[in-house]
Design a protein around this ligand. Structure first.
Ligand code: FES
Length: 109
Protein backbone atom coordinates (compact mmCIF):
# COMPACT_ATOMS: atom_id res chain seq x y z
CA UNK A 1 0.00 0.00 0.00
CA UNK A 2 1.35 3.36 -1.01
CA UNK A 3 0.90 6.30 1.33
CA UNK A 4 2.00 9.71 0.05
CA UNK A 5 4.73 11.19 2.18
CA UNK A 6 2.67 14.24 3.10
CA UNK A 7 0.00 11.96 4.56
CA UNK A 8 2.29 10.04 6.82
CA UNK A 9 1.82 10.70 10.48
CA UNK A 10 5.32 10.72 11.78
CA UNK A 11 5.42 10.78 15.53
CA UNK A 12 7.55 13.44 17.00
CA UNK A 13 10.07 12.35 19.54
CA UNK A 14 11.11 15.55 21.15
CA UNK A 15 13.20 15.07 24.20
CA UNK A 16 11.22 15.68 27.33
CA UNK A 17 11.97 19.11 28.65
CA UNK A 18 13.20 18.81 32.17
CA UNK A 19 12.36 21.58 34.53
CA UNK A 20 15.32 23.14 36.18
CA UNK A 21 15.06 22.82 39.93
CA UNK A 22 14.00 26.11 41.43
CA UNK A 23 16.67 28.02 43.15
CA UNK A 24 16.38 27.77 46.86
CA UNK A 25 13.94 30.44 47.93
CA UNK A 26 14.97 32.96 50.48
CA UNK A 27 13.93 31.81 53.88
CA UNK A 28 14.17 32.60 57.55
CA UNK A 29 14.95 29.70 59.84
CA UNK A 30 13.50 30.02 63.32
CA UNK A 31 13.41 28.04 66.53
CA UNK A 32 10.84 28.25 69.28
CA UNK A 33 11.41 25.77 72.06
CA UNK A 34 11.88 22.39 70.37
CA UNK A 35 10.24 23.56 67.15
CA UNK A 36 12.33 24.52 64.14
CA UNK A 37 10.78 25.99 61.00
CA UNK A 38 12.08 27.29 57.71
CA UNK A 39 9.83 30.12 56.57
CA UNK A 40 9.96 31.29 52.93
CA UNK A 41 10.31 35.06 52.70
CA UNK A 42 7.02 36.74 51.90
CA UNK A 43 7.71 40.46 51.60
CA UNK A 44 5.32 42.59 53.63
CA UNK A 45 4.17 39.70 55.80
CA UNK A 46 5.01 39.31 59.42
CA UNK A 47 7.23 36.40 60.28
CA UNK A 48 4.35 34.99 62.34
CA UNK A 49 1.84 35.10 59.48
CA UNK A 50 4.33 33.61 57.02
CA UNK A 51 5.29 30.87 59.47
CA UNK A 52 1.67 29.92 60.18
CA UNK A 53 0.84 29.97 56.46
CA UNK A 54 3.76 27.62 55.92
CA UNK A 55 2.50 25.12 58.48
CA UNK A 56 4.77 26.09 61.33
CA UNK A 57 2.80 25.30 64.48
CA UNK A 58 4.36 27.96 66.64
CA UNK A 59 3.02 29.56 69.80
CA UNK A 60 1.52 33.05 69.72
CA UNK A 61 -1.33 34.90 71.33
CA UNK A 62 -1.83 38.66 71.10
CA UNK A 63 -0.26 39.53 67.73
CA UNK A 64 0.39 42.98 69.20
CA UNK A 65 3.88 42.57 70.60
CA UNK A 66 2.77 42.46 74.22
CA UNK A 67 2.46 38.82 75.32
CA UNK A 68 5.85 37.56 74.13
CA UNK A 69 4.45 34.14 73.20
CA UNK A 70 5.74 34.40 69.63
CA UNK A 71 9.37 35.02 70.60
CA UNK A 72 11.73 33.04 68.40
CA UNK A 73 15.42 32.55 67.87
CA UNK A 74 16.37 33.43 64.32
CA UNK A 75 18.88 30.80 63.24
CA UNK A 76 19.32 32.08 59.68
CA UNK A 77 17.92 34.76 57.42
CA UNK A 78 17.79 37.62 59.91
CA UNK A 79 18.68 39.92 57.01
CA UNK A 80 15.16 39.37 55.64
CA UNK A 81 13.54 40.85 58.76
CA UNK A 82 12.77 44.43 59.67
CA UNK A 83 14.72 46.12 62.41
CA UNK A 84 13.37 45.66 65.91
CA UNK A 85 10.50 47.97 66.64
CA UNK A 86 9.62 49.59 69.94
CA UNK A 87 7.39 46.70 71.06
CA UNK A 88 10.22 44.22 70.55
CA UNK A 89 12.74 46.39 72.32
CA UNK A 90 10.35 46.83 75.23
CA UNK A 91 9.42 43.14 75.50
CA UNK A 92 12.75 41.48 74.71
CA UNK A 93 15.28 43.96 76.05
CA UNK A 94 18.80 42.91 75.05
CA UNK A 95 17.78 39.35 74.12
CA UNK A 96 18.68 38.22 70.60
CA UNK A 97 15.19 36.81 70.13
CA UNK A 98 12.61 38.36 67.82
CA UNK A 99 8.85 38.69 68.16
CA UNK A 100 7.47 36.92 65.10
CA UNK A 101 4.31 39.04 65.15
CA UNK A 102 6.35 42.24 64.92
CA UNK A 103 9.08 41.18 62.48
CA UNK A 104 8.15 42.12 58.92
CA UNK A 105 9.75 40.26 56.04
CA UNK A 106 11.39 41.84 53.04
CA UNK A 107 13.77 40.86 50.27
CA UNK A 108 17.37 41.84 50.78
CA UNK A 109 18.39 44.55 48.32
S1 FES B 1 1.85 37.14 69.66
FE1 FES B 1 2.04 38.28 71.47
S2 FES B 1 3.93 39.26 71.26
FE2 FES B 1 3.67 38.24 69.39
Amino acid sequence: MFIPENKLAVPSFKPEKKEEPALAASAVRIQQGGLTCSVPVKPGSTLLDAALANGCDMKYKCRKGTCGQCAVDVVAGAEFLSARNTAEQKKLGSSAKRLACQSVMSQVK
